[in-house]
Ligand binder design. Sequence first.
Ligand code: ARG
Length: 459
Amino acid sequence: MSKVWSNRFDSSLNPFIEKFNASIGFDKTLIFEDIDCSIAHAKMLGKTKVLSNKESLKIIEGLESIKQDFIQGKFSPGAPSEDIHYSIEEELIKLIGETGKKLHTGRSRNDQVGTDIRLWLRKKIDVIDFLLAELQNSLLSIAESNIYTLIPGYTHMQRAQPLSLAHHLLAYLEMFERDRERMKEVRTRVNISPLGAAALAGTKIKIDRYFTAEELGFENIYKNSIDAVSDRDFCIEFVSSSALIMSHLSRISEEIILWVTDEFSFAKLTDKCATGSSLMPQKKNPDVPELIRGKTGRVYGNLHALLTIIKGVPLSYNKDFQEDKEPIFDTVDTISACLKAMTILLNEGIEFNVEKLMDSVNNDFSNATDLADYLVSKKVPFRNAYQIAGDIVKYCITKNILFKDLNLEEFQKFHSEFKEDIFDNLNPMSVVKSRNSLGGTGFEQVKVEVNEWKKKLLI
Ligand code: ARG
């Protein structure tokens, strides 16, 4: 089945090399975009009179029927076609004959493939934005019902200060919002048409690049034909933004994995998203967050692959670029699946153990800062207050007790300004409530935060 290229070639390709060169195995993913790109091109050639109206229409009808045949399973692109572009062109010629041979007038596979990936990626970015919004909504709804649920806050994985669980979860909403913003920005650079750049230099055929760009919904066209066929920055930007999404998903996954351990017990997995062990009957494994954490590596790998593929490739198109597709396809599949899985996990796979959470913040020294701040409110300089609080922590640790177990006289041995209200001040609810600085975990702040998100996510 080895093909001969133009008449310039005397013999056919070595069969192994033919397979080695082919991208049809994966770029058939671009079938709809490739057909749409060709329809726009054929329409344009009709408009500029390069083709007669009849020819243009015949080509468009042929392409439409290839699309239908594909949908109905009557046409499946594959070997021996080298790639999706050839596959469609060959099918068109088979279907409508000689006129089909006119489709490729004034274009190259180089601008064609660039157009196809951009069309494909643009759609996927819109789906990813939707999935991110769904995830944000799930986090928001858990946050809204847990404004007054407290969770220990950590720095260095050491108990630091208690937090509103809502505030903790809303931190992720912020991250995913930045992800959405980044993706929107990437979309603006994806949404530029390279079509009409032809192989690299433009064409002497009378084409109308603005017409095809508009037909395909592009915002703009590439200004430089060489850049148009050589640019893969948008692929790297897309995968880089995806890598950040994965890093955020991986961080929340890691927290969930910790929260559902016996040691933490801040939450438990429902049966909807947990799996058992083939050997140990007591086990319930957090496979979903573990898989998400693991799949983060794939996307980071894809980013590294793309950066390396592009590095050192001279202008303009080089076959190296064929290698851009699989990392992009894999990234889209991976982040879409992970976003969905995390949303399901949050919606029905995890239940917070509110009692245990409350118990945790009641039985630690994470109110030590508030002990110092109490003295600060009595005009004791912070550094002195900090040392006194440290002394009290040490005293409690030696006696194996907590602040709340001390009586007022004991407090007053450390400083005479301690009064009866110290006990209320150290209560975790008061501790959290009092952190009312802008963006802090104080309940008033968190309520404002929740309300702002509710308004924002409605849009
Ligand atoms: N399959 C190729 C790719 O994915 C299409 C473009 C081929 N262009 C060329 N001049 N060989 O990049």
